[in-house]
Design a protein around this ligand. Structure first.
Ligand SMILES: [Zn+2]
Length: 521
């Protein structure tokens, strides 16, 4: 006797093969049978001809802190997600320990959400997370490891600091971290030279562990940044995943992305295991301080706040931002009108939540650089931003590449979130499959199921076949809908009628059941 029998469905097995009709039986948290099944089950679901796919997998979220809050998972389940991977962009909440821990938590807050607890090991974190409505994997953030070992200062690490990072890295991998993430666009990892980076990553050589990377630059220097990562992949002989591939700034649109896709294809032909992923939106979201020249972050957020109050430092920052191309100069590339401020806490600033820096400057009768510097200084560098930086044609080109995956890059700031937190996966199906036909449905499903599962060695996930984990979602393609907008992002998506995590229904007829069969992997 099976636990569940899901009958009369179009099965997308995750392989990118066309859907086929049949039934799927679940028993003891695994898929027991696929095809035409006559044996009885305790519960039967009539699929009514809808699609049954493996539960979706988001390998790039920043829910490190968010998943510890009691109601976590509604936004994720409504999109059909049954597995997420946190700890991306070098900025993982785990493992955090030592004298710099408070500075690390402050730095992470606009990305992962505020957390006032520290987790020295993945085991501590796993115990605190307990039972979840979906599964969560963790990457070790190399920026977190560096900040814990050496703070936010620039320059080379001492041998002792490097040894401490190696030890922490090896411990986290032994503890069950699924891979390693880099945030070369962020302090303090932006202070590594390529040679120093290779030194700190030395334990990963030939390990088969995936390194995901938020590259050093995504603007004018993005192709050079990609070349750096291809050199890292070649030197370490381990898989590399280029996170949220894009080209920031109109002058780079439709030029840099095709060039980078060709470079990745060529590198793969040479035998490098390099892939990339993309979030299906023209805007990103991260810390607002990310628009500043990185060298001013060398003393951490308190030193940066002091610099933002100092007339000479402000003048230097401004000069760098007016013309600099050697850092991710988002103001120059996208313009103040395309950078929205969020997570504002002071009462006089709260009315500007979701407004562009250009609009805030106009309202305050200030020059936009002054408005930006004043806002950051008043808010102790804590704000987040939503920045419109990427091009739709570039997004479509990346989606079409056979070596690309799809991610949300969902961040969990205290203020206005990006709609991708609630809608990245329905948006893929609604906009890029159904409306624009950029991808066929089986191919889109493959990119968010079997492909990411195999990438991270989760070989029982992301497929519908006997013996695989019973993580599944049931939906009618014509009813899948993203409901969040830029001004009202926090709307649950529609269209996921049933979601199973580990064989347990966590969404039933479109309603959350409140059951928690998931865990930190
Ligand atoms: Zn990132």
């Amino acid at each position: 006797m099976f636990d569940h029998l899901i009958q009369n469905v179009q099965i997308l097995d995750g392989s990118s093969a066309p859907a086929f009709s049949g039934s799927v039986a679940l028993a003891g948290g695994t898929i027991a049978a696929v095809g035409h099944i006559s044996a009885p089950a305790a519960h039967t679901v009539d699929g009514g001809g809808r699609y049954l796919a493996p539960g979706f997998i988001d390998i790039h979220r920043h829910a490190d802190a968010a998943l510890l809050s009691p109601g976590f998972g509604q936004a994720e389940l409504a999109q059909g997600l049954t597995t997420i991977i946190n700890g991306n962009c070098g900025v993982s909440l785990v493992p955090v320990d030592g004298p710099h821990q408070a500075a690390v938590l402050d730095y992470l807050a606009p990305i992962t959400g505020r957390c006032d607890r520290v987790f020295p090991t993945l085991g501590d974190y796993r115990a605190a997370a307990g039972a979840l409505p979906l599964h969560a994997g963790m990457l070790v953030g190399m920026g977190t490891l560096r900040a814990c070992a050496a703070g936010f200062r620039d320059g080379a690490l001492t041998e002792e600091e490097c040894r401490a990072i190696h030890a922490a890295l090896e411990r986290a991998l032994a503890d069950g971290a699924l891979g390693v993430s880099l945030g070369l666009g962020y302090a303090p990892e932006c202070f590594y030279t390529t040679e120093q980076l290779l030194q700190v990553l030395a334990p990963l050589r030939r390990s088969g562990r995936v390194i995901t990377v938020h590259m050093r630059q995504e603007g004018d220097g993005v192709t050079e940044a990609l070349e750096e990562m291809l050199a890292v992949a070649r030197a370490l002989e381990t898989p590399v995943e280029i996170s949220h591939l894009k080209a920031i700034g109109k002058r780079n649109w439709r030029r840099a992305v095709p060039e980078m896709l060709a470079r990745i294809a060529q590198a793969r032909e040479e035998g490098l295991d390099v892939m990339c992923d993309v979030y299906p939106y023209p805007a990103g979201s991260t810390q607002l301080i990310h628009v500043l020249p990185p060298e001013f972050q060398a003393g951490g957020l308190s030193a940066l706040t002091a610099a933002l109050r100092d007339p000479e430092d402000r003048a230097r920052m401004r000069r760098r931002m007016e013309t600099g191309t050697d850092f991710e100069n988002i103001v120059l590339l996208a313009g103040f009108e395309n950078i929205l401020a969020a997570s504002l806490r002071r009462p006089e600033n709260v009315p500007f939540e979701g407004c562009s820096i250009a609009a805030i400057a106009a309202a305050q009768g200030k020059d936009p650089y002054d408005a930006l510097f004043d806002l950051l200084a008043a808010e102790d560098c804590g704000p987040s931003m939503i920045d419109f930086i990427a091009d739709e044609a570039d997004i479509e080109a990346i989606l079409r590449a056979p070596f690309s995956g799809v991610i949300s890059d969902a961040t969990y700031p205290a203020g206005l979130p990006h709609p991708r937190v609630y809608g990245a996966f329905p948006r893929l199906l609604e906009t890029y499959v159904r409306q624009r036909g950029v991808l066929a449905l089986p191919e889109a499903v493959h990119k968010i199921t079997r492909q990411p599962a195999d990438r991270f060695g989760l070989t029982k996930k992301g497929r519908i076949q006997p013996g695989a984990d019973a993580d599944l979602c049931l939906f009618g393609l014509e009813r899948v809908r993203e409901r969040g907008t830029w001004s009202q992002p926090d709307q649950l998506a529609e269209g996921m009628d049933w979601v199973f995590t580990a064989g347990v229904p966590v969404v039933q007829e479109g309603q959350s059941t409140g059951l928690r069969p998931g865990r930190v992997l």
